[in-house]
Ligand binder design. Structure first.
Ligand SMILES: C[S@@+](CC[C@H](N)C(=O)[O-])C[C@H]1O[C@@H](n2cnc3c(N)ncnc32)[C@H](O)[C@@H]1O
Length: 366
């Protein structure tokens, strides 16, 4: 079920829509609700709506929340185009030229001056948390903020990977060593083109609730009536010591109002799990939340990975932590997949990223 919203913006450690679609269709009926406590780019939620189900998602990361909202509660194309032309009309380049000149070295090399002025203006003006239209424009901007601009006109930045934002010092050295100069791009024109392209697919329908919160809060924020309708969770928690979603997405987080440099530990102390002990206690908390919010006869599908421990240990850890749900949890099936094309190969070739993934299907069998 290819929908143009799926590829709105890449996300590190994302799973493909085929994974979500397979399990949603297999385990739920139309109008039932599918949960993803670690929403990321919102694939489970969008797929649920496209399959005629409803969706509930949570994530601590602003990028994840912005993308999931954009994909599952989109404004009409008419409102989107009107807002884009209003933004273009209100933009006064000279107001932003001073700030452009004062920007850190990274930004001076990452964007052409005129593009940077537009981005600074959009960052300041768009109220992505309050307005669905502004949220969609922000999501489109996130998808074009950085990428392989030498081979594609879809990206606003100097040459960068599109999945993660590389660190400032590394990026500046990379550009200087190769004498790479940021392309001259008109952000308003690009965003309008991208909006038209993404809206070629019909808009998803159905109810989507997006919670900007730690998944531990789900039992407090999901009401008991809704709980009865959550038949299935399809999700992928952070992998053991593989990435920091905060640090590796720092430039997108900056665009949404965050810091001008990479930092971790602001949104979630759990984002990167350096030790197995911390990791399993986090996974225990995930089970505790799932146990509290899933319907009586329901299913949980989890994709998980690691570069340090074997799939067998991973399976035992994940299954063993099921006891923290306070319910009877049965492992129905599991499958180990070798990752052939790792996302890290594009920007950290030869590094020891995640090489295998484990998919587990559990059932609450109380
Ligand atoms: C492996 S990614 C999910 C990727 C997603 N399945 C996709 O396809 O894009 C894990 C997500 O968990 C989020 N996360 C980390 N700690 C969290 C917490 N305590 N509560 C909710 N979300 C959390 C991260 O921000 C990240 O978006």
């Amino acid at each position: 079920m290819r929908h143009r919203f799926h590829a709105l913006c890449p996300y590190f450690a994302m799973f493909p829509e085929s994974f979500a679609e397979y399990w949603i269709k297999r385990l739920t009926k139309p109008n039932e609700t599918v949960l993803d406590p670690f929403s990321g780019r919102g694939t489970t939620a969008l797929t649920a709506l496209l399959c005629g189900r409803n969706a509930i998602s949570s994530d601590v990361n602003d990028v994840a929340v912005c993308l999931t909202k954009a994909k599952t509660t989109p404004p009409s194309l008419g409102r989107l185009k009107a807002r884009l032309s209003q933004l273009r009309g209100d933009f006064e380049p000279q107001t932003w030229s001073g700030l452009t000149r004062e920007a850190d070295e990274f930004f001076q090399h990452a964007y052409a001056p005129a593009t940077l002025g537009q981005l600074l203006y959009l960052r300041e003006t768009l109220k992505w948390k309050r307005s669905r239209v502004d949220n969609m424009i922000s999501a489109l901007a996130l998808g074009s903020l950085h990428g392989e601009s030498q081979s594609s006109t879809r990206y606003l930045s100097n040459q960068m990977p599109r999945t993660i934002s590389t660190k400032p010092r590394y990026s500046v050295k990379f550009w200087k060593d190769r004498k790479l100069v940021a392309p001259e791009r008109d952000a308003f024109r690009l965003l309008t083109e991208m909006a038209k392209f993404r809206y070629e697919s019909p808009l998803p329908r159905g109810e989507s609730t997006i919670l900007h919160t730690d998944m531990r809060n789900l039992p407090r924020v999901i009401d008991p009536v809704t709980v009865k309708s959550i038949r299935c969770a399809v999700t992928s928690p952070p992998y053991l010591n593989v990435t920091s979603f905060e640090e590796d997405q720092w430039l997108r987080l900056w665009f949404l109002g965050g810091l001008t440099f990479p930092k971790k530990g602001i949104m979630s102390r759990d984002d990167r799990h350096g030790t197995a002990d911390n990791y399993w206690s986090f996974i225990g908390d995930m089970w505790r939340s799932l146990g509290a919010v899933m319907a009586e006869d329901s299913h949980v599908v989890i994709r998980i990975g690691s570069r340090r421990i074997s799939p067998d240990l991973l399976k035992r850890g994940l299954t063993g932590c099921g006891q923290f749900s306070g319910r009877k949890v049965k492992l129905v099936s599991s499958k180990v997949t070798e990752i052939k094309r790792r996302q890290t190969d594009a920007f950290r070739p030869g590094t020891k990223g995640c090489v295998v993934e484990l998919d587990c299907h559990f059932r609450f069998a109380d």
